[in-house]
Design a binder for this molecule. Structure first.
Ligand code: MN
Length: 304
């Protein structure tokens, strides 16, 4: 009999609960999201995302849920050996897919001597953290590591979006954050710079040609970058906290609750803003080129 533990994010944990629905036992276990018995294997899933598989051949069952599929092991090969333990600058962005709220990019630098302390502080993949944890962690991070954050408010976004497409804008912001942070930490230098990949490297470099202060050396691109170095995880946490705070502050300002994402709730709330002050008012809170704008206009018209 063996034990295998895997760590799942919130989404996957939900998926797992659904998957084992028919096998879930009523037995209550402290901090457990569910407890199931299937084919002689007991599965204990904790709210933290940790899932413990126990039994014979438990490994195979656990492999179903292994958070890093074989595909990403292949990608690891593109990073230098021992990458997670190096002194790295990482960058990430948040808000790109949300109709309301700013677009935020952040670069963070973590010296290898600080890795363990940050891990202890609770820095990890932001998808494993809830909003409350993120809001608590971000100020601690901001006071303990060098970082550079750039915030594009919806108003500003709408002004520059017609010239810059979304990818070009993100490239410019990542590059600028990295450039500014390199200046901040100089004469220290990171062993490498890891960008949480949002576009092919060749495309990134193509857009980079339009930029001043280009950083072209020692760049690495990988999706789910926060799993490969805490610097990307830290950058992501700082971005996320800024996004949440900004959305809350903007909701208060306009007196209408602004949801994150780009679903039908966003259309509904945008319609309320249109009725209050037209597209002009909406332009302060939403990324107007999203399809949500058109849908919101239709809703507002119907209600008139
Ligand atoms: Mn990202």
């Amino acid at each position: 009999m063996g034990t295998t533990v895997v760590k799942l994010n919130k989404e996957k944990l939900k998926e797992a609960k659904q998957y084992y629905k028919a096998y879930i036992s009523s037995r209550k276990i402290p901090y457990a999201a569910f407890f199931a018995k299937k084919d002689g294997i007991t599965i204990t899933a904790y709210n933290s995302g940790k899932v413990m598989f126990q039994g014979d051949n438990e490994k195979q069952e656990a492999l179903l849920w292994e958070s890093m599929p074989t595909e990403s092991t292949k990608k690891t090969a593109t990073l230098p050996a021992g990458f997670a333990r190096k002194s790295i600058m990482g960058s990430d962005e948040v808000g790109n897919g949300s109709y309301f709220g700013p677009l935020i990019v952040c670069a963070a630098y973590i010296d290898k001597s600080h890795l363990d302390a940050l891990k202890k502080l609770g820095v990890k993949d932001s998808k494993m953290l809830d909003d409350k944890q993120i809001l608590k962690l971000a100020p601690k991070l901001e006071s303990s590591i060098p970082f550079q954050k750039l915030v594009v408010t919806p108003k500003k976004y709408n002004q520059i979006q017609p010239q810059y497409n979304a990818v070009g804008m993100k490239v410019a912001l990542h590059n600028q954050c990295i450039h500014l942070l390199l200046e901040k930490i100089s004469p220290q230098k990171p062993e490498a710079i890891l960008i949480d990949q949002f576009v092919q490297e060749t495309t990134y470099r193509k857009y980079l040609k339009n930029e001043k202060n280009r950083v072209t050396q020692n760049l690495y691109f990988i999706t789910k970058g926060e799993q490969y170095h805490l610097a990307v995880a830290a950058a992501s946490i700082i971005c996320r906290a800024e996004f949440l705070n900004s959305l809350k502050q903007q909701s208060q300002e306009v007196g209408i609750e602004l949801p994150s994402g780009a679903g039908s709730q966003s259309d509904k709330q945008a319609a309320k803003i249109i009725k209050k002050g037209g597209i002009e008012l909406l332009a302060n809170y939403a990324k107007l080129h999203f399809k949500n704008t058109e849908k919101a206009q239709k809703i507002a018209q119907k209600q008139n």
